[in-house]
Design a protein around this ligand. Sequence first.
Ligand code: GLN
Length: 176
Amino acid sequence: MRALERAGATAVEVRTPEDLAGVDALVVPGGESTTVIRLLTRFGLIEPIRRRVREGMPFWGTCMGMIVAARDVAEMDQPTLGLLDVTVRRNAFGRQVESAEVPLTIPALGAEPFPAVFIRAPWIERTGTDVQTLAEHGGHGVMVRQRNVLGTSFHPELTGDGRVHGYFLQMIEEAA
Ligand code: GLN
C-alpha cells in the first residue's frame, strides 16, 4: 500500500465485497495462495472480483496474486479467479532464487534493468494467445499482461524502484 501511495494512488484494504465496490483497481499482493483462495471464497469475493475484472477494472497480482489470478496452476487443484489466461507453477524457481534480487530487463519500462525480488516465486509455463509477456527470467515468463490484468512473479513493492507501480497506475488511467 505504501508503494502504491508513493506512486500517486490512494490505497485502501479490500476485505469484503463492499470494500471492492469502492475501488477503481485491485492489487493482490504476495502471500500464500492456498490460504488466500480459501479466504476469498469465505468472504464471498470470488464472483465480485471476476465481475469487476470482466467489466474492465485493472487488476494486478504479484507473486501469490498472480497464482490466484491464473486460469491454471500446475499441480494445484483449488479453483482460482481465472482472470489471466496462463498456467503458472508455484515455487518454481526453488531454492536457488529464493529471496534473490535479479536485474530484470523489462522493455516496457525502459532500458534500465528492474531490481526484481523473487521470493518462492511462480513462473509462467503457458500463455494464452491474448497474453503479452513483458519480461522473462531463466527462460520463463515472469511479467505478463492480458488487457486490464497484470501479473508479476516478483515483488516490485520491496524495492525503491516505482516503475512497475507507475505502469499499473497508467493502466488505471487508461481504463478511466
Ligand atoms: N509460494 C507462495 C505460493 O505459492 C507465493 C510466494 C509469494 O507470494 N512470495 O502461494
